[in-house]
Design a protein around this ligand. Structure first.
Ligand code: FPP
Length: 251
């Protein structure tokens, strides 16, 4: 069992007694390379990647994971070719339409984080509907980051907070880290305990910058479409062996 930690630990102390991660966030990287290695277009890799999301999601309840957050499209991904961007958008639309009932039936609550302003109307409507449709579920909380960037999120949160200050509803002297966190897209979610990135790149690429301040990281070489439930379970087991200190000294 990891040592019980006190000073510096998040307010919600209950889960320090747990050994596994409660919230896992994943940077699903490597779809393009996976497809190219097979002489296929990049979108073929994104389709295969979409299927992995389902498998990994299904594994979560057995592994004691209550929150799963996946990085589906970043604020920087608009720089890809128009064909890839529109292919991804249509994949998201189809994925939501096709998977909605399964998600409802399997107790998954879906949320989207990121800026919806640049997303097309149909997609945004489908996202809103899926959030509403799954709002009463509680077995697994799946958060999909779509047109998401950590810096963009902090900037949008700051804008909203500044408006409250300007309107006289918030005293700037009382603004601290917890105040700002309440304006983030993730305000209802616990911080991720474990962040996984596939495909051999060891960087965080603007993902959950604020929230992952104390997360454990796992960078694996596997390309996302090859990432299996077995590998996922192994990383989750590794996490349980780590001692998290949150800046404190073990007691
Ligand atoms: C990164 O691989 C992957 C993406 C930008 C898209 C992720 C999308 C999915 C897995 C599809 C569906 C997901 C949901 C939740 C519906 P890359 O294209 O950067 O790969 P590369 O580094 O090999 O080029």
């Amino acid at each position: 069992m990891p040592a019980v930690l006190q000073e510096g630990a998040p307010v919600d102390g209950a889960y320090h007694e747990r050994t596994g991660p409660r919230h896992v966030a994943i940077i699903m990287d490597g779809n393009g390379r996976w497809a190219q290695a097979r002489g296929k277009p990049r979108l073929y890799g994104h389709h295969a990647g979409g299927q992995r999301v389902r498998e990994i999601m299904e594994a979560c309840p057995d592994l004691g994971i209550k929150y799963l957050t996946v990085f589906a499209f970043s604020t920087e991904n608009w720089k890809r070719t128009q064909a890839e961007v529109s292919g991804l958008m249509s994949l998201f639309r189809r994925y939501i339409t096709r998977e909605a009932q399964t998600l409802v039936d399997h107790g998954v609550r879906v949320r989207f984080i990121g800026d919806r302003i640049r997303l097309d109307e149909t997609l945004v409507r489908l996202m809103d509907e899926l959030e509403l449709l799954t709002a009463d579920n509680d077995l697994l909380h799946l958060t999909v980051a779509l047109n998401y960037g950590g810096r963009d999120e902090v900037a949008r949160a700051t804008k909203r907070l500044a408006r409250e200050v300007a309107a006289g509803r918030l005293d700037p002297e009382r603004v601290d880290a917890e105040t700002l966190a309440r304006y983030l897209d993730t305000y209802v979610l616990p911080d991720p305990d474990l962040v996984i990135r596939t495909s051999g790149e060891a960087r965080i690429s603007n993902f959950l910058l604020w929230q992952s301040a104390y997360s454990e990281y796992e960078f694996v070489d596997t390309l996302w479409p090859d990432f299996t439930r077995a590998e996922f379970s192994r990383l989750v087991a590794n996490f349980a062996r780590r001692e998290r200190r949150f800046g404190a000294v073990p007691t």
